[in-house]
Design a protein around this ligand. Structure first.
Ligand code: FAD
Ligand code: EGO
Length: 476
């Protein structure tokens, strides 16, 4: 190839002035990011390996719905998309904990206005693509799969719609191509690039709970959770009055369930109340429709390579889904980069360096928190413990609203930097433990004082006598 085409939605004359941003990946983060860059006036070209999901008949892919919370909403708000998305989201004001007897206990997320939203992934992606498409300085290129790129020249090679390779050039490459990022491959070849990837032993499977008599089969405005230590199930409501249930379980347990009857036996033991709601026959079929899906956690740093490239969203930090923050963190990435663009006057080299400096500690913190939740939940969170912990969280917050803010609240309902939320959580833990110690010491001292003050009234028994009496006591 002798000449490399510059990707620009404009004629060569105008594109020579404006910087060209290539966004690789038109998923949730890529399509939102396109709006952010387009709004700043850059020439934006999005390259997505799949076809246009707005035209596709069946949308295959991961998880049907997601929990959208404050960080994600703030990012959507910045590009004027918040209202449009929340109008099609279903508020979940509380978790609904299901125990093995089928008892349901609601436990609110926080104050009245504090709720998370169940949103449809495909719809969210479609809306964001359409929003990006309305900017005249943006082009969307579907069926373009990034094959490789050169950190030296910044040239990218794509496998185009016709299966032909084509080479394209941009001023900045933004890698939003998900957990198995092709953009990231070039980072792995650099010296001093840190990378870790961990697959957890659990897989997940999605099951649909149809409407009952035309209405939601369970209370719609809740995040339904069946905490059973290593087996966990959640259900989020959809606009069509179905619920999408997600079952999390070790792959080795998935492998043990081979027949429809074994599925029912398993559900009978752990999630009996869900059987009539999903339906025996549907459950038997749904379970074998797709194999269980894997979950991976990816951490890396830095996020940028010179002034040529930056990783964002899952490409930079895939997190396990046990905090409901993956997309929210990815959306916040876009917001943070945008804030830094303002601060540093769009000086790309400086912006990327600052972005890595600011964002790595926060994305690493949420990756750790999500993994911590996974470990904690699988080790000892059953329905009783879940309720106890969240009840305690809420009580302490009511008693000391300024001092104790539950970690889930800081992560989900504020834009407190993730790493600061973790620090604050450790600090609060210390305050709580020390208060408990203090309570103990004060009551022991008080008891002692009362004893001493009243010692003259006590019968005069020798220590030896007391000891014999004590030994004579039966513990039960
Ligand atoms: P992706 O959504 O993976 O998009 C990447 C895009 O890049 C895709 O469209 C892909 O086709 C394209 N692509 C890939 N390779 C190439 C290539 N070589 N060339 C061109 N294009 C390419 N997050 C939440 O906030 N709340 C939740 O409740 C939640 N629940 C989840 C439940 C499950 C079971 C899972 C697995 C995840 C969940 N997440 C949740 C996380 C969320 O799904 C991700 O964080 C989010 O999808 C990341 O968006 P992304 O755009 O970075 O990556
Ligand atoms: C003690 C009790 C320790 C995702 C409870 C930790 C996650 C964890 C996967 C929920 C909510 C959005 C989610 C809570 C805990 C989504 C979430 C939570 C799951 C599973 C999820 C909560 C999609 C953990 N938020 N959460 O506090 O309600 O607490 F159960 Cl398996």
């Amino acid at each position: 190839m002798d000449s490399i085409e510059t990707v620009s939605p404009h004629t060569r004359e105008s594109s020579s002035k404006r910087k060209v941003i290539a966004i690789v990946g038109g998923g949730l983060v890529g399509s939102l990011n396109a709006c952010f860059f387009a709004k700043r006036g850059f020439d934006v070209a999005v390259f997505e390996s799949r076809e246009d999901i707005r035209l596709a008949k069946v949308v295959r892919g991961r998880s049907i719905n997601l929990a959208l919370s404050h960080r994600g909403r703030q990012a959507l708000k910045h590009v004027g998309m918040e209202d449009k998305i929340i109008s099609k989201g279903i508020p979940m004001h509380a978790r609904m904990i299901h125990n093995t007897n089928g008892k349901r206990s609601p436990i609110p997320y926080g104050k009245k206005g504090q709720y998370i939203l169940s949103v449809d992934r495909a719809n969210l992606n479609k809306e964001l693509l359409t929003a990006a498409d309305t900017f005249p300085n943006t082009t969307l290129n579907f069926n373009h799969k990034l094959h490789d790129w050169s950190p030296k020249t910044g040239a990218m090679t794509f496998i185009g719609p016709d299966g032909q390779m084509k080479e394209l050039q941009a001023d900045l490459i933004v890698g939003c191509d998900g957990a198995f990022s092709a953009v990231r491959k070039q980072f792995l070849r650099q010296s001093r690039f840190n990378y870790s990837q961990t697959y957890i032993p659990h897989g997940y499977m999605e099951l649909t709970m149809p409407p009952k008599d035309g209405d939601f089969a369970m209370e719609p405005n809740y995040l339904h959770i069946w905490p059973r230590n290593t087996f966990m199930m959640i259900a989020l409501p959809n606009l069509d009055r179905t619920f999408t249930c997600t079952l999390f379980m070790p792959f080795e347990d998935f492998e043990k369930i081979r027949s429809g009857d074994e599925v029912i036996r398993f559900f009978q033991k752990y999630f009996p109340d869900s059987i009539p709601l999903i339906g025996v026959e549907a459950l038997k079929q749904d379970f074998f429709r797709l194999p269980a899906q894997a979950m991976v956690s990816v951490k890396c740093s830095p996020y940028h390579l010179f002034d040529k490239c930056v990783l964002m969203g899952d490409a930079a930090h895939a997190v396990v889904p046990f905090y409901g923050q993956g997309m929210n963190a990815g959306f916040e990435d876009c917001l943070v980069l945008n804030e830094i663009m303002d601060q540093l006057n769009e000086n790309i080299a400086a912006v990327l360096q600052e972005y890595t400096r600011v964002r790595v500690p926060d994305d690493h913190a949420i990756a750790d928190l999500a993994m911590y939740n996974y470990v904690e939940m699988r080790a000892h969170v059953n329905s009783k413990y879940f309720l106890f912990r969240k009840y305690l969280d809420n009580i302490l917050h009511v008693i000391m609203p300024k001092t104790i803010v539950p970690l889930y609240t800081m992560v989900t309902f504020t834009r407190t930097r993730y790493h600061e939320a973790v620090n604050r959580w450790h600090w609060q833990d210390k305050v709580i433990t020390q208060s408990l110690w203090l309570c103990g010491v004060v009551s022991a001292a008080g008891g002692m004082y009362v004893l001493v003050r009243n010692s003259h009234k006590l019968p005069n028994i020798s220590a030896e006598h007391l000891w014999t009496r004590m030994l004579a006591l039966k513990p039960f």
